[in-house]
Design a protein around this ligand. Sequence first.
Ligand code: FES
Length: 306
Amino acid sequence: MSTTVSDVSPPRSAVEQPPEPGFEELAKRVDEAVAALQSLDPAARAVAEELKSAIEAVHRAGLVTIVRGMRADVAAQAVLFDLVDDPVVHLLLSLHEIIRPDPMTQATKALNAVRPQLHGHGGDVELVRIEDRTAFVRLKGACNGCSMSSVTLRNLVEQALVENLPSVTSVEVLPNEPEPTLISADSLFPARHRIEDGWAQAGDIADVAEGNLKVVELSAANSDQRVSVLMVNLDQRLTAYVNECAHEALPLDNAVLDTSNGTLTCPWHGFCYDAASGECLTAPAAQLEQLPLRVDEGRIWVRVGT
Ligand code: FES
């Protein structure tokens, strides 16, 4: 009797399987392949992009079938919800637009995309809430008035939200809070929030315990613009960053700080950063924006303006 290869192979379970690549490795590979596409001549690039698009269409069709099947089965639903929490699965389903972030997250992303234009007009926007298909916002800076500029800015905000969020059909601009300049800054804010020359007090050093993160909203003295700041205490060393992930500028409020290896991981799609420097370990060209920070008599100061 002849012996085939399968007759002498060890049982499948006994074979050591190589470990599956992690999220960072997978994301790096995608980034590198996309970057390499740019160096191809236009004809080769078109072929490569068509191949990519065809493969993605197959993957999307298969994933939609899997997700639909799991959602239809009560027992499988729990497994599906667990799987969606996995960064790789979340990224995959988001890339194929099979799952969508909640409306506030989508709206934040849409507004972040037009924020440079708003800043260019001396304005900014604060998203307050979304209710019954209406987004409620406050316009800041030059937007806070009746000039043509404020009309332009309102239109920019409205367009960004209505065009990008199917769940939003109208935008309502709420009246602004009274201008802080009309009231003594000392009476309006506790001393720890007072502002000097671009530096803003960000609380007491005891507020950010070792191995913890804290997010604060700060404004420079010469600007109405509020900056969301993420402070990180790693090994008794405090660092401040603009609270925006380098991937899609989403907030890092619920980022995971791993003190054992000094990394900070974004909760949205798992981009991983060196917590002490802000260097992105997932996509080497990316970086968190670090802000100057000093500690004076136990108080933290962060420079958010010029
Ligand atoms: S926003 Fe996508 S990884 Fe942070």
